[in-house]
Design a protein around this ligand. Structure first.
Ligand code: SF4
Length: 372
């Protein structure tokens, strides 16, 4: 199964915590679409004719695209790629863009799954994050979207200093009451060079406390479990049959083509990433060149990649697969390094499969790095 990711690098305003590549203006949108259409054609052979099972429009804010622009992009993709009849096509959207009129136009494109950047239903959290919407808009957007799309996901953020335990539980109860089939919940991280890092350093904003993040993660697991959501990846919860197929394909090592500035691609042998600069991306494609950097993956890098992605999921890491794909040395290395986490009860073992315990999920990055 192969996938296509399209990066739409425009936002209405920059959220304080955000380090994704995007620009708070749509000034170059038209020229960007033309460049993107050119890139689609130039990359027609990247996936070797493999059938496309998932398409994901992420960003940035893809809901700043009109239905006409979305249709234009899909038309170009279907001219050059074999698309599965059961394709999952996700569009990331912000609540402030989702009104009745836009939603019904979206329905007329091939989009069949929405991922809405809610983050919180409380105004003070949204202000702390500098989101463009308010709590009431978050609720309204979900209620409107549900009338048009049954496959729906929302993003939430926890660990926000303004978010106490009671408000966090309320957010999760709202998810259940609105019958949202898929939720991605992320811990707020203070990334270097973001407005949030600057404001915290200047003492203008409260700092993110590790203990709140840990408490919120446990609340998240307890509440979602009580509502019968499957915790199928560290940050992802879903009702039966609503796993994100696109993200699952990343975690299972499938090939994908990334289009747009800063987008990454992987074809099993190498990884490549486009330049993170809109003007240079556009200019280069006007001359029929894709501005990217490529790295051929070594055996060690492929092993790292496998451990990093598989351990995040309910599927877990299979030691027999490591032996078969990467040989004795890395198999022995894995078993030696994993022993300490089995001892600490951060990892569980079932025959040859290793999965993170709830405690382990809190330290996933550190654990994974020690297994490299
Ligand atoms: S809307 Fe998303 S991509 Fe845009 S600034 Fe906010 S978090 Fe970043």
């Amino acid at each position: 199964m192969a996938g296509i990711y399209i990066h739409i690098p425009f936002c209405k305003q920059k959220c304080h915590y955000c380090n994704f590549f995007s620009q708070a203006s749509t000034k170059h949108k038209q020229a960007f679409i033309l460049a993107l259409l050119t890139e689609i054609e130039l990359q027609k052979d990247y996936l070797n004719g493999e059938e496309i099972k998932t398409i994901y429009l992420g960003g940035g804010t893809p809901s700043l695209l009109s239905d006409k622009e979305i249709k234009l992009i899909f038309k170009k993709i279907s001219n050059f790629f074999e698309i599965s009849t059961a394709v999952e096509i996700t569009l990331e959207a912000n609540p402030d863009d989702l009104n009745k009129e836009y939603l019904s136009k979206l329905k007329g494109t091939k989009v069949n799954r929405l991922s809405i950047g809610i983050q919180s239903f409380h105004d003070d959290d949204l202000q702390y994050l500098n989101r463009a919407h308010r709590g009431q808009q978050a609720l309204n957007s979900i209620q409107e979207a549900r009338l048009v799309f049954e496959n729906l996901s929302i993003d939430l953020i926890y660990g926000i200093p303004t978010l106490n335990h009671k408000k966090w539980i309320e957010n999760l109860n709202t998810v259940y009451q609105l019958n949202i089939p898929h939720v991605s919940a992320y811990a707020l991280t203070v990334e270097p060079k973001t407005a949030l890092a600057f404001f915290i350093k200047k003492g203008k904003y409260a700092t993110v406390k590790d203990q709140s993040v840990i408490d919120h993660f446990h609340i998240l697991c307890d509440v979602m479990e009580s509502y019968d959501y499957e915790h199928y990846e560290i940050s992802n919860f879903s009702k039966k049959k609503y796993h994100s197929l696109h993200n699952t394909s990343y975690w299972s090592g499938s090939k994908y083509l990334g289009l747009g500035p800063s987008a990454h691609s992987f074809n099993g042998v190498s990884r490549q990433w486009n330049i993170a600069n809109i003007s240079q991306y556009i200019e280069s494609l006007q001359h029929q060149n894709i501005p990217f950097t490529r790295e051929i993956l070594s055996k060690q890098q492929k092993y790292n990649e496998y451990v990093m992605t598989s351990l995040r999921t309910i599927r877990g890491t299979d030691a027999n697969y490591i032996l078969q794909e990467f040989g004795n040395d890395l198999y022995d290395h894995f078993l030696k390094e994993v022993a300490v986490f089995l001892n600490d009860k951060k990892i569980n073992r079932a025959v040859s499969t290793f999965t993170l315990t709830r405690e382990g999920k809190l330290f996933a990055d550190r654990i994974t790095a020690s297994l490299f």
